[in-house]
Design a binder for this molecule. Structure first.
Ligand SMILES: [Zn+2]
Length: 65
């Protein structure tokens, strides 16, 4: 068999964790929702119509507009 090496996938740029925070004056605020199951520190991934937790899989759908 020929070697079935998978073509290297181009790395998708991952969002830096610091993007989850916003510095207001000398206050650090979280701009993203955190997972209600995992607690603060675990941020939800934002999608077009939902947010989901990459850790436990919790998904919350956005309603309306
Ligand atoms: Zn979670």
């Amino acid at each position: 068999m020929a070697d079935d090496k998978k073509p290297a996938k181009p790395k998708t740029p991952r969002k830096a964790k610091k993007d989850c925070y916003k510095l207001e004056g000398d206050k650090l605020t979280r701009t993203k929702k955190h997972c209600p199951k995992c607690g603060p520190g675990v941020f939800m991934a934002e999608h077009a119509n939902r947010v989901s937790c990459g850790k436990c899989g919790y998904t919350e759908f956005r309603k309306g507009k």
